[in-house]
Structure formats: structure tokens, C-alpha cells
Design a protein around this ligand. Structure first.
Ligand SMILES: Cc1cc2nc3c(=O)[nH]c(=O)nc-3n(C[C@H](O)[C@H](O)[C@H](O)COP(=O)(O)OP(=O)(O)OC[C@H]3O[C@@H](n4cnc5c(N)ncnc54)[C@H](O)[C@@H]3O)c2cc1C
Length: 428
């Protein structure tokens, strides 16, 4: 039997392994808390798996350097926080299943903890691990979303096919408060190793601390949230929307924490249409998470959830021009260059470039989604593929054909050319 060979097992000790995935934080991490309440010793692990990098396998562009830096920073910050509690993060580059099974065997792991994530790849890897370790107890809780499946007032199969009926059914449901961060963690296995990861620099700062700083800045320090509804559609400028997506995507902050902070802000400084609207947008995120949970692989199908094949095709040259910001539409080019240079694009920009790819260039929407997957620092499988399907007319849009008039959009959102001039200046 495997357990005979382990190095550390004693008759009474239990050993937990916490597998950090898209939840790189200690605050509001119920799966971690629950695991810690059950074990004497703990191993914390993060695995960088190349397969996870592109769920669709369509786009051959490599993951952007900015995205990698942000991830690395988030991991390093988590390691630092764990070290303050006499723990550390074992960061491994390698295949998920083999890495975890080797750890289970080597350290006689009795319990494994992880967050529940709606991604197809994420669910499959967790299931394979469970199948391969029938002797291990699993602690998995739903912390990626505002609601857990039991909170929903309908079965998952009954999830509305569009957002508005979903919102109406859920927006008054009581949302549980975030879980407290544990003051202490179970001891680590052996002596803490030297720090391996150095904090890399980048224009943005990944990690749990920066996530809370940004949220606090957008709400309490600047009161910017008070104008959110009026500013959120702007194409540029850090101040026009919350930017919490950057940290939400790899779980440096939980969506419940954001919700609770909005509520706290409303209680202290007053609610208005804009404070509500930030919650409204979080409900869009929520909707797409459950949409993915329900439809799984259909989120990546050409015909989408609606099962209607768009009248588009694929052309490598035109697609490359779109990726590089070299189309005949300056507003689209400016947005794409903003994405390529910063790893971020506004919501309005994402809508315009997606509409252009599908409706002006007549290209297969999945390639656009796959390119976003590689470039966006805030890439989230459900929000990305759900929004792309929506714009391609094969998903949750009640209207079948949402084509943006690029001239009109340019006149509305970049009337004095500031945005285009800024991002296209290398062409001058
Ligand atoms: C084609 C396309 C692809 C997208 N891909 C992603 C993605 O990979 N990851 C991602 O987080 N968002 C994605 N979005 C949604 C949205 O553009 C971003 O969430 C938003 O721009 C992030 O900036 P912010 O945090 O400042 O947003 P804010 O406007 O401040 O909104 C606050 C939060 O609400 C949520 N939210 C806002 N709008 C949406 C939306 N349309 N759909 C789902 N959630 C929303 C996000 O969690 C966001 O962080 C995509 C939208 C489109 C049109």
C-alpha cells in the first residue's frame, strides 16, 4: 500500500493538502478554513499547468508576459502571507494530476481541500484527482460565486437562458458574509524552505493586499463608485471603472468581499444608482458562472449554447490583423493595442472589438475568445466565453444579432480622438 513509504506519517497525524487554484488568498477562503480544522499538518500547493492556459486549444498565441507577471506576483504575495503563519506555498511547474498524486503519496496526505470552480477543465481535474485518491477526504466549497448552488431558487437545469430573469430571481437573496481569515494554520511539513519566488515588477501589482487596496481606493478613498454608472462605459482611464476584475480572476479577492464592501460603503456614505450598478455588474459575472456550470463544454462550441451556427469562417491573415490592431477600423485598432500593451481593455472596448470580429470581419468568434484568453490579465473562463457567445449571437443574448455601429460608437466614446491618438501614435 502507498502509505507504507511515506516519510512523515505517525499513527495519529492527519495531513492536509490545500490546492490553490483561482483562489490565491487567505481571506474568505472557506475550503482552506474547513481543511485546516480537520488536519494536524498542512501542505499548500500551487501548480502552473500549461494545459490550463488555453481551454479551447484554438489560439496559438502564447500567454502574455503581463498576465504571467501578475500571476507570479499574486503567488509570491500568497507565499509571503503564508510564511507569516509559519507556512509556505509550494509552487510547481508541471502536470496537475502527476504532481498532486506524487505529493499525496510522499506525504501520506489524508485530506485535500480546493475551491469549487465551474470551469470544465477545473472540474475534470478535480474529479480525476478524487477518482485516483479514494482513500483521501475532500473538502471543496463554493466560494467563486456570490451564491452557492443551494442558495439558488431553482435547479441548475432551470437556470434562465438570459440574464434579466436570472437577476430578478436572485438579486434579493441574502448573501452570506465572507469567511474570516484564520489567525493560525496547521504546521508545515518539515522546515520552511528558503524563499524561491522574488517579487517581479510590472505596471500592476498582483496579490491579495493590492486587491483590497484597489477596492478601498475605488470606494472609500476616492468615492469614485458614486459616479460608476456614468463612467463605466469609457474606453480608457483607470478611474472609470473599479478594475477589480484583475484580482477577481485569480481569486486574490473574493466576490463576496467586494459585495460586502459595497454594502458597507452604502451604509456609511449612502446608496445611489451607481453603487447598485456595481452590484448589478457582479450579477452579470455571477450569471455567467452559473451559465458555464450548466452548459459546460457548449460554451466553447461554434454554435454555442443556442446551437445556431453563425455565418462566419476563419481567415488567419485577417485574424492576425485584428489581433495586432491593424484592421481598417481605428477604434478597434486602438482597443486591441491597449489590450496588447496593458493586458486590459474596457468593457465597451471588448464589445466593440468582438462585434467587429464577428460582424464586420465575419470571423469565427471562438478565435477572438481564445485570443482574449491569452492576453487578458483578468481572463475568467465563464465571463470571457459567455460574453463572446453573447456578442456572436449564439449565447445568452435575447437579441440574435448585436452589431455595434463602429462609426457611431467612435463618435460617442472617442469624440475628440484622445483615445485613438494615444494608442495609435506609433502609426504617426
Ligand atoms: C467580449 C468580452 C469578453 C470579456 N472577458 C472577460 C473576462 O475574461 N474576465 C472578466 O472578468 N470579464 C470579462 N468581460 C466583462 C467585462 O468587460 C470586465 O469584467 C470588465 O471590463 C472588467 O473591468 P472592471 O473590473 O473595471 O469592471 P467594472 O465595470 O468595475 O465591473 C465590476 C465587476 O463586475 C463584473 N462585470 C462587469 N461587466 C461584466 C460583464 N459584461 N460580464 C461579466 N462580468 C462583468 C466583473 O467582475 C467586474 O470586475 C468581458 C466582456 C466582453 C464584452
Amino acid at each position: 500500500m502507498r502509505l507504507l513509504h511515506n516519510e512523515f506519517m505517525t499513527a495519529t497525524k492527519t495531513t492536509g493538502l490545500y490546492w490553490f487554484r483561482h483562489d490565491l488568498r487567505l481571506a474568505d477562503n472557506p475550503s482552506l478554513n474547513q481543511l485546516c480544522s480537520k488536519v494536524d499538518r498542512l501542505i499548500c500547493v500551487y501548480i502552473k499547468d500549461q494545459h490550463e492556459a488555453n481551454q479551447s486549444q484554438l489560439c496559438r498565441a502564447s500567454v502574455s508576459q503581463l498576465k504571467k507577471i501578475f500571476e507570479q506576483q499574486s503567488v509570491t504575495v500568497l507565499d509571503e502571507s503564508l510564511r507569516q503563519k509559519n507556512q509556505y506555498l509550494l509552487c510547481v511547474d508541471g502536470p496537475v494530476q502527476e504532481t498532486l498524486l506524487a505529493l499525496v503519496e510522499r506525504y501520506a496526505v489524508t485530506h485535500i481541500g480546493a475551491e469549487f470552480h465551474p470551469g470544465v477543465y477545473e472540474q475534470n481535474t478535480l474529479k480525476s484527482l478524487k477518482d485516483a485518491c479514494p482513500q483521501v477526504q475532500f473538502t471543496v466549497s463554493q466560494e467563486h460565486t456570490l451564491f452557492s448552488i443551494n442558495d439558488l431558487p431553482f435547479d441548475l437545469e432551470e437556470l434562465p437562458e438570459t440574464f434579466t430573469p436570472f437577476r430578478k430571481k436572485v438579486e434579493t437573496i441574502l448573501i452570506n458574509p465572507p469567511a474570516d481569515e484564520l489567525l493560525q494554520l496547521p504546521s508545515s511539513i518539515g522546515v520552511l524552505p528558503e524563499v524561491q519566488q522574488k517579487l517581479t515588477s510590472g505596471p500592476l501589482q498582483g496579490g491579495e493586499k493590492s486587491a483590497h487596496q484597489q477596492l478601498n481606493y475605488y470606494l472609500f478613498e476616492s468615492d469614485l463608485i458614486k459616479q460608476y454608472k456614468q463612467t463605466r462605459n469609457a474606453l480608457d482611464d483607470w478611474h472609470n471603472s473599479s478594475k477589480v476584475s484583475l484580482w477577481l480572476a485569480n481569486g486574490c479577492i473574493s466576490v463576496k468581499t467586494i459585495y460586502q464592501t459595497i454594502k458597507q460603503y452604502e451604509a456609511e456614505r449612502g446608496a445611489n444608482e451607481s453603487t447598485y450598478w456595481l452590484f448589478f455588474e457582479l450579477l452579470w459575472r455571477e450569471y455567467f458562472q452559473w451559465y458555464l456550470s450548466k452548459h459546460q463544454n457548449k460554451l466553447f462550441h461554434f454554435s454555442g449554447v443556442k446551437q445556431v451556427a453563425p455565418l462566419t469562417r476563419f481567415n488567419q491573415q485577417e485574424f492576425t490583423r485584428w489581433c495586432e490592431g491593424m484592421t481598417k477600423y481605428p477604434i478597434v485598432n486602438a482597443c486591441m493595442r491597449q489590450l496588447n500593451q496593458t493586458g486590459y481593455m474596457s468593457n465597451r472596448g471588448r464589445q466593440l472589438v468582438a462585434s467587429c470580429l464577428v460582424h464586420e470581419l465575419n470571423l469565427d468568434w471562438r478565435y477572438g475568445a481564445a485570443y482574449f484568453e491569452q492576453q487578458l490579465i483578468d481572463y475568467d473562463v465563464a465571463s470571457n466565453w459567455g460574453n463572446w457567445q453573447y456578442l456572436a449571437g449564439v449565447g445568452a443574448d435575447p437579441r440574435a444579432h448585436r452589431r455595434f455601429d463602429l462609426d457611431k460608437q467612435t463618435a460617442t466614446y472617442d469624440p475628440d480622438q484622445t483615445f485613438r491618438t494615444k494608442w495609435l501614435k506609433s502609426d504617426e
